[in-house]
Design a protein around this ligand. Structure first.
Ligand SMILES: *Cc1c(COP(=O)(O)O)cnc(C)c1O
Length: 376
């Protein structure tokens, strides 16, 4: 029996899709390569606690997050043994939780190394750390030309042991081309510099989703797929070497249906005016839920297995769609914003394109007031 409670707008997360996608990823990497599941940004909006638990059960031995707080959330979810790498840098206030939650910090400059070492003073432990190398992204990490001096300084910090080196590619979808090749060479150089300057590293990691699927020469010891685990290819991905299953279905139900006469307008500022007798369905989802306002008069939704266009402006809490051409739509009907319905499917990357953005942004901004419901 289904108990219907509260607002009918939910993000339905299919655990079996997560399991399927991680198996697809595994099929593309050597057996001795560790798959580090990127679960930052609340597991790309899918819920970091449940996603980490599901993936741990699937044998995932390492998780990557951006912030220390995300790492803590994995531990709070009861994921005890896998390694958790905090990749997005940290400040002094975040050092204590790094230790408390047994996270592996990624050091991006000497300052970060020093605040870690400070905390270790008076203890006997040597803390393993990874070093982030900036191979041309110019975002985070030690620039290659600064690396020798950085490594020489690191050697003086006894309590820190560099065990890994990592970097990030400058394209999510297109992992070939001159810039990426240059990054690949710079990354190899960065790991050589570690050895030359007295900190040989056993662990190297560079690959994002697309490099994981298509660039075995970039796999090294760890790969760090994110988006593909959730069943979506990055924007600009030329190849689709495996079949992925989108893990999130964003759905709601029609709240009200009204009939408009030709000439009547819909929504803020009358941006849509009916040219014919029109049936409008109102949906309880809006931009405060992360449903982009850029979809105003542009996007489509699925209702009764058919596409219906958004008309008027997407509001903060509500969105109107034209259901004139879909037979029999009534209040209570399920509406899918992205995901499957009957034989039809709307992919989040298509929706993102209409909104002038990328699937990464839509998934990670699904609002806090939308409950995540797990199936399978
Ligand atoms: C987000 C992220 C990834 C994963 O990127 P995808 O394109 O989602 O696979 C890998 N590494 C780092 C450092 C990241 O921030």
């Amino acid at each position: 029996m289904k108990v219907r409670q509260g607002r009918p707008t939910v993000a339905e997360i299919d655990r079996s899709a997560l399991r399927w996608n991680v198996a697809q990823v595994r099929s593309r990497v050597r057996d001795d390569v560790t798959v580090m599941a990127m679960v930052k940004a609340d597991a790309y909006g899918h819920g970091i606690a449940e996603v980490s638990r599901v993936l741990e059960k699937e044998g995932v031995k390492a998780f990557g997050v951006s912030t220390v707080e995300e790492g803590a959330a994995i531990r709070e979810a009861g994921v005890v043994h896998p390694e958790v790498l905090a990749m997005g840098g940290f400040v002094a206030d975040q050092v204590e939780p790094i230790f408390h939650n047994r996270l592996t910090p990624v050091v991006c400059d000497l300052e970060m190394a020093k605040i870690l070492a400070q905390r270790l003073r008076g203890t006997m432990r040597a803390q393993p750390v990874h070093v982030k190398a900036d191979t041309g992204f110019s975002r985070l990490g030690v620039q290659l030309r600064e690396m020798p001096a950085f490594l020489d300084e690191m050697k003086k910090i006894e309590r820190l042991k560099i065990v890994g080196v990592c970097s990030h590619l400058g394209s999510a979808g297109n992992v070939s081309g001159d810039w990426i090749e240059q990054q690949g060479r710079a990354f190899v150089r960065a790991s050589e510099l570690c050895a030359i300057h007295g900190s040989p590293v056993k662990i190297r990691h560079l690959a994002n989703s697309m490099a994981t699927l298509t660039r075995p020469d970039f796999h090294f010891e760890i790969v760090r797929p994110g988006l593909v685990l959730y069943g979506i290819y990055p924007l600009g991905a030329a190849e689709h070497p495996v079949e992925l299953r989108p893990a999130m279905r964003l759905r709601t139900r029609v709240l009200q249906v009204r009939r408009l006469l030709a000439g009547e307008a819909v929504g803020y500022d009358q941006t849509f005016v009916a040219e014919r007798e029109t049936r409008i369905a109102t949906l309880p989802i809006g931009y405060a839920d992360g449903y982009p306002r850029a979809l105003s008069n542009r996007g489509l939704v699925l209702v009764r297995g058919k596409l219906a266009p958004i008309v008027g402006r997407v509001c903060m809490d509500l969105t109107m769609v034209d259901v004139t051409d879909v037979d029999g739509v009534e209040a209570g009907d399920e509406v899918v914003l992205w995901g499957k319905q009957e034989d039809a499917e709307l992919r989040v990357d298509e929706v993102a394109e209409w909104a002038g953005t990328i699937a990464y942004e839509l998934l990670t901004t699904v609002g806090k007031r939308i409950p995540r419901v797990y199936i399978n």
